[in-house]
Design a protein around this ligand. Structure first.
Ligand code: SIN
Length: 525
């Protein structure tokens, strides 16, 4: 039996930063369901938010984060995040990572929505994610083993202690593998693939949430899903992200006759918090109006935004016209697997980081470019926690197999789940539509005890159904509008919901006041 100190599921920024900072003596395995580059981090166009400018400081970054997320955060976690921004950027520079700089060699800082000042560090213009991921990948050590194209479908729990002791994965030919370890870290991103329109990599569809839920972990705040206002929209489909940095450079949202959309809608106009801009575009499109991003005023567009230029060209959109057609789509999950300050879930031996985890740093709506920072911060922090644990020696586990199930599954098509979620749990929600969605989802049974016999495609759909149910339950229960959760039938924030978080687990649904209070943090010795 091959065993590891740590198994990391996923290959985005949080996963790679964790791998990089784990002790070099640790036996570490990374398993990713596709190629290592298939992550949202790799696609990230926006950069990293950090208070490095003269005249900026972490307190201002803190205030912007809290304001964008409607004060629904774990404030201590936010403070730790923003305070660590400048030292983490320094650390990257010291490793030789080259941020974009101006003619004087100073880091050039970009502007994005809901930031009160220029604070975004980039590398290669809008290709920051790719450069950062390649950098981290090149600097990880030889103690890290990477397996691509294996789909983790089950967490292995110890039959007596209920501790997470490994994972089961399906290989390319459908064969099952078991891997054992001291600690498992889920770092598989969010849930973009549950929606028809998304900026996410096509592989990202809520696997981490479903795996953790099935194992008995607490899941929280699933109603808080950020829709990015500007995805490239051609022929009724979205084709990837048009970064907010474009609006940071002066790009403006306009209708077909060129009238600005955001004037009079919010003091920050085109750079208002994302949920406000996304709602405006959504409502315009729903009323039959086209919406464009006017980029005519941006000089050297192709040089500043090489990724977007390629994206537009590939979709037949000529930048010479100065207008990019846009629509909103699912971008980021603020909720996820409930964790404490060192990424521990409610299951011993199971951790979660990055978008998969709900740390409380994003509140009800994430501030732009705080997510790469989150990945860097928690990757390092969880590594330091795991490095301090005395790992167990592996005994021989007698893992009781769950009773094999091979009943014929009745499953919907992925596209139908995406279409239902987009239309009924998307940017604007109502009780009526959420109830319809719940009724449709309840026609399918995703609670299959053993997944050993099923194909990757079948398990993926089961995971999507599971995650969709968690989103729907939470969106239905929260009868208010707050941040990215917009209920047409409850259009205002309600004081009574101010600090209430909706937790879901296989034991049921519970409302709790603060994200982290229920964790009796047990450090394993
Ligand atoms: C963007 O570039 O607009 C996305 C950045 C982010 O979501 O943080």
């Amino acid at each position: 039996m091959k065993t590891y100190d740590c198994i990391i599921i996923g290959s985005g920024i949080a996963a790679m930063q964790l791998a990089k900072h784990l002790n070099t003596e640790s036996r570490v395995l990374i398993i990713t369901k596709s190629k290592r580059q298939a992550s949202n981090s790799y696609r990230a166009q926006g950069g990293i938010a950090a208070a490095v400018a003269k005249g900026d400081n972490p307190s201002i970054h803190f205030t912007d984060t809290i304001r964008a997320g409607c004060s629904f955060h774990n404030e201590q976690a936010v403070w730790n995040l923003v305070k660590n921004g400048p030292p983490l950027m320094e650390e990257l520079k010291n490793q030789g990572f080259m941020f974009d700089a101006n003619n004087f060699g100073e880091v050039s800082l970009g502007m994005e929505g809901a930031h009160s000042q220029k604070r975004i560090l980039h590398c290669g213009g809008d290709a920051t994610g790719k450069h950062l991921m390649d950098h981290l990948f090149l600097t990880i050590q030889s103690n890290i083993e990477l397996i691509e194209n294996q789909f983790v479908y089950e967490l292995i729990l110890h039959p007596y202690t209920n501790r997470c002791i490994g994972v089961q994965a399906k290989g390319e030919n459908g064969e099952n593998h078991s891997y054992y370890c001291n600690n498992v870290v889920l770092a598989v991103g969010g849930i973009g693939g549950l929606f028809t329109f998304t900026s996410n990599d096509s592989t990202i569809a809520g696997d981490g949430i479903a795996l953790a839920y099935r194992a008995g972990a607490d899941i929280v705040d699933m109603e808080f899903i950020q829709f990015h206002p500007t995805l490239l929209y051609v022929d009724g489909k979205t084709h990837g992200l048009i970064s907010e940095a474009v609006r940071g450079e002066g790009g403006r949202l306009v209708n077909a006759s060129g009238t600005p959309l955001m004037d009079g809608k919010h003091p920050q106009k085109d750079l208002a918090p994302r949920h406000i801009v996304a709602k405006e575009i959504f409502e315009n499109r729903a009323a039959g109006n086209e919406v464009f991003l006017d980029i005519a005023m941006i000089s050297d567009f192709e040089m500043k935004f090489p990724t977007i230029t390629v994206l537009c060209e590939a979709s037949g959109i000529s930048l010479a016209n100065g207008k990019i057609p846009v629509a909103p789509g699912c971008h980021f999950l603020m909720g996820g697997i409930a964790v404490n300050s060192v990424g521990q879930t409610s299951i011993d031996g199971l951790y979660a980081i990055g978008e998969t985890a709900a740390t409380g740093v994003h509140g009800a709506n994430r501030l732009a470019s705080n997510s790469l920072l989150e990945g860097l911060h928690y990757g390092k922090k969880v590594a330091s926690h795991l490095n301090g644990l005395v790992n167990r020696e592996f005994g021989v586990f007698s893992v009781e197999n769950k009773p094999a199930t091979n009943k014929k599954l009745t499953l919907p098509r992925k596209e139908d789940i995406q279409m239902f979620l987009m239309s009924k749990a998307g940017i604007i929600r109502t009780q009526k539509e959420l109830r319809e969605l719940k009724a449709w989802l309840s026609e399918y049974d995703e609670s299959i005890p053993s997944l050993d016999q099923y194909s990757i495609e079948e398990v993926q759909v089961l995971f999507m159904l599971q995650t969709a149910k968690l989103v729907t339950n939470a969106a239905l229960l929260r009868e208010e509008s707050r941040g990215a959760h917009i209920r047409e039938d409850f259009p205002f924030e309600n004081e009574q919901w101010k600090e209430v978080h909706i937790f879901q687990s296989i034991n049921g649904i519970e409302m709790r006041r603060r994200i982290n209070e229920r964790h009796k943090i047990k450090i394993h010795a």
